[in-house]
Write a protein of this length. Sequence first.
Length: 254
Amino acid sequence: MWVFFRGFQNAWRKQALGLPPLPAGGPAGIIRRTAPHVFGYSPSVIPRPADWPSEVHVTGYWFCDPPPGWQPPDGLRAFLDSGAAPVYIGFGSMPDAEVRGTTQLVLEAIRIAGVRGILLRGWSGLGGDALPETVFAVDSIPHSWLFPRMAAVVHHGGAGTTAAGLRAGVPSIITPYAADQFVWAKRVSELQLGPKPVSYHSLTAQKLADAIRQAVDDGAMRDRAADFGRRIEAEPGVEKAVEIISGYLSGLTR
């Protein structure tokens, strides 16, 4: 990751902060072992290994909720109130050179599964212009507001989207695209909080429809997801991270 982002980060350090570039070894080359390493994911998803040193912390997720007074886009609330809870489908920042084909695949999966859908357009522009009455598209919306109102959520398995899906307490259908997304997809499936993942690159309308039907119809899975959501909600991830970092900085000033 450092090799890939080195140029961007060093340019930002120089232009925004007036700091010299980091050495070839990256941040790890200048951080001492005594500095805390703080991971913002849930130990309920991946337990903290017993052999990690004491300065490595797993705090729970760090969520960012909507600002006060935030309101959903025009028409969305009416769509939600007009029928059964829909299924969310969105692939976030994942690029897609064949977005028209992907849109048709998703719409066909929704039709086969017999559900209503919410599409997040994302960076690739999923959804296009002409959509059936059973589907509503949004450009950007807080997951913390939308996901609890869904019957299930379909996404690429990014760390933040996975966290939001788990917190919402509804089954997650993960279609991993790259990198750590496969890890989160595997853990969600192992915890029986969603169907077996299907790689984004091998996705078909029938595979997606089958996963949606399983997530919507499996009562035991839905109960597990709801219980797990309450557990995630109770984890004070931000507070723990602030406590750890503040304690370390206080020690440096003494």
